[in-house]
Design a protein around this ligand. Structure first.
Ligand SMILES: CC(C)(COP(=O)(O)OP(=O)(O)OC[C@H]1O[C@@H](n2cnc3c(N)ncnc32)[C@H](O)[C@@H]1OP(=O)(O)O)[C@@H](O)C(=O)NCCC(=O)NCCS
Length: 450
């Protein structure tokens, strides 16, 4: 990956396209605090958030200084507030096999309501794909406000998220007793380092997770704005193993409507071990004077239902969450591990060009892949002699770059996508081979918005 992802200039094709619309596409300098503050105003307006306070702007500017920030300006309007925003940065994405791939995160895509549907978002998104390639990322990723926005650029949902609602009265614990213990975190600042380490370990063991930035861990702990309403309502509990080492924490709040029982809500339960995850769930489920426990951004294969006596205590809603775009298929495919051995030829269609081509994936018995781009004059397994082919059948799939993204972390099986007409096999038995190869023991999951 490029060492300074903020140093290369704004994408010339995007600059030209927006120029034709009479707009100015600008890469903001990290030390231009006024421009970054104006950009943040536009970002908040775009997402229908309230106007930022000076303290909020201060924190935002500090975060944006760590990102590649573009604004689109209309010279007909005065002032520092752009009519469109986008921010991006390089980050690792965890993939099956306990490894990671170089990725490019895209966030804060907004276009002012006064300038919508003129092609500004499309120009910025295609610019971001170009930036990702320049920075050396194999994939780009984002989380989306609407599911209809990003398929057109080759993105597809690659990890879904579950919202779980548990009926407290029915939630009788049936799991084992955890060997460690849960306790409250009373000094969140002192816990910051341990929390960061736990989060890093959770990210490393979960395909679909991306690196966290320090301000996000602070937010989880309520340290970003300690006097603010959200932080004051937040409580943090940790799980320590039998040796007293912190292995997980949860940041939660309990809301109450009048004199009624409370509702426990949490998005951040980070666990480096299964014991920590189970113990923290139990702690939340066994709160008194609570009717419901509501958890967001959980895994679609959460072990919770096997930890309760009554699985019907849980209501689950699942939706798309991480959207992935493969830009360099060879690098992306080689980054993860597979259920090998097997060979598969992928014929990829990519209307935007980045990943189009034929790729031979050769996976060893240990699950390590080697990928060859066949268009580059490499020997094509399908051109082997008939005798050789009979002894070693050539399995292959024809698919769009978005379908590969859906399969990449193990979320959608090739055979499922084939049933929807999104993947076709080029030789008999190929779907079964692909299903086995791409399967992952842990369902992919992303537990943050970005
Ligand atoms: C979503 C948003 C960025 C679109 O910006 P825009 O400049 O109007 O989009 P464009 O004119 O470039 O449209 C690009 C394509 O997306 C489509 N599109 C745009 N908004 C859409 C929407 N809300 N739903 C479905 N399709 C949409 C357009 O029809 C167009 O399709 P095409 O190029 O394939 O013909 C803008 O409406 C916005 O800021 N919304 C609020 C904030 C938000 O939700 N941002 C997304 C963050 S994940």
């Amino acid at each position: 990956m490029s060492s300074d992802f903020r140093a290369f200039p704004a994408d010339p094709a995007t600059t030209a396209r927006l120029g034709e619309l009479g707009l100015d596409y600008r890469l903001l300098a990290p030390d231009d605090r006024d421009a970054l503050a104006g950009w943040s105003e536009a970002d908040n307006r775009g997402f229908h958030h309230p106007r930022p306070t000076p303290e909020f702007l201060e924190r935002e500017v500090a975060l944006l200084q760590e990102r590649r920030v573009h604004g689109v300006y209309d010279p007909g309007l005065d002032g520092p507030i752009p009519v469109a925003t986008v921010a991006s940065w390089p980050t690792a994405l965890s993939v099956p096999g306990g490894r990671s791939v170089d990725g490019w995160a895209v966030a804060a895509v907004t276009v002012a309501a006064t300038h919508r549907r003129r092609g500004i978002a499309r120009a910025m998104m295609e610019g971001e794909l170009a930036n990702a390639v320049t920075a050396g990322a194999a994939v780009a990723m984002l989380t989306a406000t609407e599911a209809t926005l990003y398929g057109r650029y080759g993105f597809a949902p690659a990890a879904r998220a579950a919202t779980l609602e548990v009926d407290r009265r029915r939630a009788v614990w049936a799991g084992a007793e955890a060997p460690g213990r849960v306790r409250y975190v009373t000094d969140a600042a002192a816990f910051r380092r341990a929390a960061g380490q736990i989060v890093r370990r959770q990210v490393a063991r979960t395909p679909g997770e991306i690196d966290r930035w320090p301000a996000l861990v602070d937010r989880m702990l309520g340290l970003d704005d300690p006097a603010g309403e959200r932080a004051r309502a937040t409580r943090v509990a940790r799980y320590d193993d039998e040796r007293g080492q912190a292995q997980g924490f949860v940041s939660y709040r309990i809301t109450r409507d009048g004199m009624g029982a409370g509702v426990v809500e949490f998005d951040f339960l980070a666990a480096a071990t299964d014991d920590a995850e189970a113990a923290l769930w139990r702690f939340l489920l066994e709160q008194d004077f609570v009717s419901t426990i509501r958890a967001g951004l959980r895994s679609v294969d959460e072990p919770l239902r096997w930890l309760l006596a009554d699985q019907r205590a849980i209501t689950t809603t699942v939706g798309d969450h991480l959207w992935l775009r493969i830009l360099d298929p060879a690098a992306a495919l080689e980054a993860r591990r597979y259920e090998g051995p097997a060979s598969l030829v992928l014929e990829l269609d990519d209307p935007l060009g980045h990943a189009a081509g034929r790729y031979a994936l050769e996976v060893s018995a240990r699950g390590v892949a080697e990928v060859q781009r066949l268009d580059d004059g490499a020997e094509d397994p399908s051109s082997e002699t008939r005798a050789a082919r009979r002894s070693k059948p050539v399995h292959g799939l024809r698919l769009g770059v978005d379908a590969l993204a859906a399969m990449y972390l193990g979320d959608a099986r090739a055979s499922l996508l084939a049933r929807a007409g999104r993947v076709a096999e080029t030789g008999p038995g190929s779907l079964a081979v692909a299903d086995r190869l791409f399967s992952a023991s842990r369902a992919p999951r992303l537990s943050i918005w970005f």
